[in-house]
Design a protein around this ligand. Structure first.
Ligand code: AHM
Ligand code: MG
Length: 332
């Protein structure tokens, strides 16, 4: 079988881009490069902490150890800035967006990202991920990027995806022409197309939620959770409960196997926990392109008009019939 690399795939698919200037390909190549660097650092995480010294201390070479989420943030920002195509970045790690100056101001694109989501899982050797979302700017090229460039609805995304640093590292992305997955061969330093044109099943059996929040959620959602546990052969219940607490890993499993992930609004967090710009919208684009759905419990996630950079939203994402079922309970 002939293996297609991510680099080849990006170039071959450039023809489908709305603006086939090569700029978007170049951004995707930067993300590919940064994810390889982060992959190698994550694989040393246990070593770094227990053998070479804890974070915040100096390692054996006298270098300061950096927290991995900040490290990933730096790596992605540098890789994206280098090509002069991005005029600004919004990151979960930075309070405000970063506006690039000089030649980068001429860039036509912005990126919103969570450089290392679920990073509290690193200490316990559990999968984490990078999530990214790419837009065309709406302000004129050559001027400083503005907040409005970042507050576009998810329907305006030109590409989005994630990198899962798991038992193997994978990069999954869409440019609105299907969802494709690539697996990293670390011995060769190459991502290969391993999951072409991914499709998630309409029905599934996996339910993913932090059920510790049961008593803090709405009665409708509690009824749904009870429903997932009932025994009914006809509707394949009880469902299987799976929750890693690492969004990318939970999402990826459900994408492949069929399931629904819910992070609802709770008494103490009425808007939920997850961030619209760099967690919810990109995964919504990926799941829609794979035949699934993503909502805030009522509305399509990608149609929400963001009002702030770090806006949180309740989140229901996965197999379309399962998302519909959650809605029927939440909105009755
Ligand atoms: P983070 O961006 O601070 O890492 O938080 C996001 C993470 C997601 O990866 C995960 O799905 C969720 O938080 C888990 O939250 P909880 O521990 O409340 O279940
Ligand atoms: Mg996050």
């Amino acid at each position: 079988m002939q293996s297609i690399t991510l680099g080849e795939f990006i170039i071959e698919n450039q023809q489908h881009f709305k603006y086939s200037t090569g700029e978007l390909s170049s951004i995707l190549s930067s993300i590919r490069l940064a994810s390889k660097i982060v992959h190698h650092e994550i694989n040393k995480a246990g070593l770094a902490k227990h053998i070479l010294g804890a974070v915040g201390t100096e390692n054996i070479q006298g270098e300061e150890q950096q927290k991995l989420d900040l490290y990933a943030n730096d790596v992605f920002i540098k890789a994206l800035k280098n090509r002069g195509i991005i005029c600004g970045i919004a990151s979960e790690e930075d309070d405000d967006f970063i506006a690039f100056d000089g030649d980068s101001m001429k860039g036509n694109y912005i990126v919103a990202m969570d450089p290392l989501d679920g990073s509290s899982n690193i200490d316990v050797n559990v999968s984490v991920g990078t999530i990214f979302s790419i837009y065309r700017r709406i302000s004129p090229a050559g001027t400083p990027v503005t907040l409005e460039d970042f507050l576009q609805p998810g329907t305006e995304q030109v590409a989005a995806g994630y990198v899962l640093y798991g038992s193997s590292t994978m990069l999954i992305y869409t440019t609105g022409n299907g969802t494709n997955g690539f697996t990293y061969d670390s011995s060769l330093g190459v991502f290969y197309l391993s999951h072409p044109d991914m499709k998630t099943s309409k029905d599934g059996k996996i339910f993913s939620m932090n059920e510790g929040n049961y008593n803090r959620t709405s009665q409708g959602l509690r009824d749904y959770i009870d429903y997932t546990k009932e025994v009914d052969d006809f509707s394949n219940r009880p469902y299987t409960a799976r929750y890693i607490g690492s969004l990318v890993a939970d999402f990826h499993r459900n994408l492949l196997k069929g399931g629904v992930y819910v992070y609802p609004s709770t008494d103490n967090a009425p808007k939920g926990k997850l961030r619209l710009l760099y967690e919810c919208n990109p995964l919504a684009f990926v799941i829609e392109q794979a035949g699934g759905k993503a909502t805030d419990g009522k509305n399509r996630i990608m149609e929400l008009k963001p009002t702030e950079l770090h806006q949180r939203v309740p989140y229901v994402i996965g197999s379309s019939n399962m998302v519909d079922k959650v809605h029927s309970f939440m909105n009755k």
